[in-house]
Design a protein around this ligand. Structure first.
Ligand SMILES: [Zn+2]
Ligand SMILES: [Zn+2]
Length: 285
């Protein structure tokens, strides 16, 4: 398992590599543009070359990109749809340029629109973004919430995969905090095992390319997406240890996106704790 974290690209793409190394990560996740604005970052060939050189010389073995949350692939509003397409395409281009293992995507909220229509719009938009780019995969992430976020369960993830063409460039990312908040019982190894069986049956484990490892600040089934530091939330040390030691997750990047001790993101101490929880989980099995 490649344990790592979401890290900032402040100061330039290449600095994400340093931040990953400082935290003793095996994998990193970055945003492709500022998460607060639609404007894409204009990276140059030099930016990519510097990143790729530093990455190759580092201990890092995987980089994934997180698409910004502004994107809503199922929006019926033509302006939002157009901006979402441009932003997702940009994320995939950056992914192609740095050899990312995927662009993790929250498909977006359908609000009160019918599910089938929203999924069809999402699929069409994702297929368009794939057609305009080379090889970087799109990884639909499971979600939590009450405002109609697509991907709250495995059936919805499978619908998204299908609508996007179900090709080799379509995968999924599973966030344990979102699972837990959406009501999945995953704290004990036997419980998680049943959930992973379901995931395999409905979507197929060959689609699973990435994990997000966050504790949940809200109780199981609370339907809110609120991350806590690993071991400090409602999943607790036991739940995080279980998730990090699931045998079928062994080869995947497992990325923390936690608030951190000072709300500045995951730090080195928390990465060390995650690795210790994993060791604990493996011992307990
Ligand atoms: Zn996540
Ligand atoms: Zn989340």
């Amino acid at each position: 398992m490649l344990i790592g974290a979401h890290v900032s690209t402040a100061g330039g793409l290449v600095h994400a590599v340093e931040r990953g190394v400082e935290r003793d990560c095996d994998a990193i996740q970055i945003f492709h543009q500022s998460p607060r604005a639609w404007r894409p970052t204009n990276f140059t060939g030099d930016d990519y070359a510097a990143f790729n050189e530093a990455f190759a010389a580092s201990q890092l073995q995987s980089v994934v990109i997180h698409a910004v949350y502004l994107i809503n692939t199922c929006s019926p509003d033509p302006e939002i749809a157009e901006k979402s397409l441009a932003s997702l395409t940009h994320a995939l281009r950056v992914g192609d340029a740095i050899g990312a293992d995927g662009v993790v995507l929250h498909a977006g909220s359908r609000k009160k629109d019918p599910l089938e229509e929203a999924v069809a719009r999402s699929g069409a938009l994702v297929r368009e973004a794939l057609a305009e780019t080379e090889s970087c995969p799109v990884l639909f992430e499971n979600t939590a919430g009450t405002t109609g976020p697509l991907g709250r369960d495995f059936d919805e993830l499978e619908m998204l995969v299908d609508a996007a063409g179900a090709g080799e460039r379509i995968g999924i990312c599973i966030d344990c905090c979102h699972l837990f908040a959406s009501g999945f019982e995953i704290v004990e190894p036997e419980q998680l095992s049943v959930v992973v069986d379901d995931l395999d049956r409905v979507v197929g484990l060959d689609r699973l390319r990435c994990l997000h490892v966050n504790d949940s600040a809200v109780p199981m089934g609370a339907n809110r997406d609120k991350h806590a530091n690993v071991g400090e939330g409602e999943m607790g040390e036991r739940g995080i240890a279980t998730f990090l030691s699931e045998p079928r997750f062994e080869d995947l990047p497992a990325l923390l996106e936690t608030p951190g001790p000072e709300k500045k993101g995951t730090d080195a101490a928390e990465i060390a704790r995650a690795k210790a929880f994993r060791a604990e989980g493996l011992r307990a099995r």
